[in-house]
Design a protein around this ligand. Structure first.
Ligand code: MD6
Ligand code: FE
Length: 206
């Protein structure tokens, strides 16, 4: 991967967004790597804690992935089909190594697919053991309106449009900030032939 320094990085609610971190060629290559993961570990629609189907479809790569079922939300070493998760996309791993600021590698890469109507409610990422480890998030495809609040539900929020190639790092004091995706701007990117958005989030789990 050609590692170019971000043209621009901005901070929103304590989350650092490295805008245009990935150039067009690397975005296309990462999409290919994601397709390889999806062939081995098919997308499924997880349930929220309250048991409703989420609007995003999801899969994972790396040692751990996210599953939801009767026994609740958790990291697991296997896809719901019983197989181990495929290896993490190399370009995603390279991004973690250049932007996470920590010396260890991620153990999980969650992959979310948004179609034009998908969104994700405000949530905290708090199922990992060590909150000193950041979450690094890569956006591909259509733009998404990302909302960030504080560490308490119901506080003030700020929003930013995440574009294809942007990388957000949620660490430090912002690690437990509430965040979500309000909506997708359909047709805003030509990266994915059928439109929509892919989001990858890498984490250290244990
Ligand atoms: C998304 N992202 O961008 C959802 N979580 O589709 C997240 O939930 C997220 O962007 C932790 C850290 C960064 C994120
Ligand atoms: Fe999250």
């Amino acid at each position: 991967m050609e590692s170019e320094e971000s043209a621009l990085s901005v901070e929103v609610g304590g989350i650092v967004v490295h805008q245009e971190h990935l150039n067009a060629a690397d975005q296309a290559e990462l999409v290919e790597q994601v397709r390889r993961v999806v062939r081995a570990a098919p997308l499924f629609r997880p349930e929220t804690r309250s048991g409703k189907a989420m609007s995003v479809r999801m899969t994972s790569a790396g040692a751990f992935g996210w599953t939801s079922g009767r026994d609740g939300y958790r990291y697991a070493r296997q896809h719901p089909n019983g197989q181990e998760w495929p290896p993490m996309p190399q370009i995603a791993l390279d991004i973690w190594r250049s932007l996470s600021g920590v010396p260890c590698d991620p153990q999980s890469c969650l992959i979310n697919f948004y179609d034009a109507d998908a969104k994700m409610g405000l949530h905290q990422d708090r199922d990992e053991a060590d909150f000193d480890m950041p979450v690094v998030s890569v956006s591909l495809g259509d733009e998404a309106l990302f909302r960030v609040g504080g560490s308490e539900r119901g506080g003030k929020t700020q929003s930013i449009w995440l574009k294809s190639g942007d990388v957000a790092v949620m660490g430090g004091d912002a690690r437990l900030n509430f965040h979500g995706i309000d909506r997708i701007r359909a047709g805003s990117s030509t990266l994915l032939p059928n439109g929509g958005r892919i989001n990858l989030t890498m984490r250290v789990v244990e």
